[in-house]
Design a protein around this ligand. Structure first.
Ligand code: ADP
Ligand code: ADP
Length: 226
C-alpha cells in the first residue's frame, strides 16, 4: 500500500529523512514514533506529496508518487483520509454538514450524501449530534466527527497525526477502539503518536524514526522513555 525505497529529503541543510525504506501493506496498522524533529511529519508530507523527495521512490496504492504530475495529486489525496490532533472541523457547519462537505467536494449526488452521511455518523457513534456545531461537542465527539469526515469517501489509507493528543486517557482509548474498528474493515492506518501507553496497549507494528532514519520496525512496544 505504501512503499518507501531509499527515500531522502533534505531541507537546505536539515535532514528530514535519509535513505528511508519501509513497506506498509494493505490493512496494516502502523504507529510512527520518534522524538520531535525525527522526520515523522516529513514522512507524512511525502506520502501526500505536500513535499517532494530528493531521492528514492515512494509508491502509494500502486502509484509512484515521486513521478506524479501536479494534475494527479488530487487523485492521490482522495485515497488518503487524514485526522489531526486539533480536529480542524468547520466551525460554522454542523456535524452533518462537516461530514457531507467532504462528499460535496467530490461532487457526490444529494442522494448519495443523504444515504452515506448517517451511516458514517452511526459508525463513529455520533448520530445524535448530527445537528450540533463543533463548539457544542466534547473533544472526543469532535474527533469522531473528524474521523467520520476522513473515512466517508472510503480512503485506502487513514493517516492519524497525534489523534489523541488533545484527549483525556479514557476518551483517547475510545478513539483508539474506533480506529481499530476502521482498520478491521481493511483500511490501512498510519498513526503518528507520542502516547506510549496507547502504543504499548494496542500491540501493533511500531516504526521508529530518529534523526531522519528508520531505526526500528517491529510489533509491540513504544520503546522510548519520555
Ligand atoms: P517530526 O515530525 O518528527 O517532529 P519533522 O519531519 O517535522 O519531524 O522534521 C524533521 C527535520 O527536518 C527536523 O530537523 C526539522 O527541523 C527539519 N525540517 C522540517 N521541516 C523543515 C523546513 N520546512 N525547513 C527546514 N527544516 C525543516
Ligand atoms: P436538500 O434539502 O438540499 O435536499 P438534505 O435534505 O440532504 O438537502 O439536507 C438538508 C439539511 O438537513 C442538511 O444540510 C443537514 O444539515 C440536514 N440533514 C439532512 N439529513 C440529516 C440527518 N440524517 N441528520 C441530521 N441532519 C440532517
Amino acid at each position: 500500500m505504501i512503499t518507501f525505497d531509499n527515500v531522502t529529503k533534505i531541507y537546505n541543510t536539515n535532514v528530514g529523512l535519509e535513505n528511508a525504506s519501509v513497506n506498509i501493506d494493505k490493512g496494516d496498522f502502523v504507529f510512527l514514533v520518534g522524538p520531535s524533529g525525527a522526520g515523522k511529519s516529513t514522512f507524512i508530507k511525502l506520502i501526500l506529496k505536500e513535499i517532494d523527495a530528493d531521492a528514492g521512490s515512494i509508491i502509494v496504492d500502486g502509484d509512484e508518487v515521486t513521478a506524479m504530475s501536479n494534475r494527479e495529486i488530487p487523485d492521490l489525496r482522495r485515497k488518503i483520509g487524514i485526522v489531526f490532533q486539533d480536529f480542524r472541523l468547520l466551525p460554522k457547519k454542523t456535524v452533518y454538514e462537516n461530514v457531507a462537505f467532504a462528499m460535496e467536494i467530490l461532487h457526490r449526488t444529494k442522494r448519495q450524501i443523504r444515504k452515506k452521511v448517517p451511516q458514517v455518523l452511526s459508525l463513529v457513534g455520533i448520530s445524535d449530534k448530527a445537528d450540533k456545531y463543533p463548539d457544542e461537542l466534547s473533544a472526543g465527539e469532535q474527533q469522531r466527527v473528524a474521523i467520520a469526515r476522513a473515512i466517508i469517501n472510503n480512503p485506502t489509507v487513514l493517516i492519524a497525526d497525534e489523534p489523541t493528543g488533545n484527549l483525556d486517557p479514557d476518551t483517547a482509548n475510545d478513539i483508539m477502539d474506533l480506529l481499530n474498528q476502521i482498520n478491521m474493515t481493511g483500511t490501512t492506518i498510519v498513526m503518528v503518536t507520542h502516547a506510549k501507553d496507547i502504543v504499548d496497549r494496542m500491540q501493533k507494528r511500531v516504526v521508529a524514526i530518529e534523526s531522519g532514519h528508520i531505526v526500528r520496525d517491529e510489533f509491540g512496544q513504544y520503546g522510548y522513555e519520555e
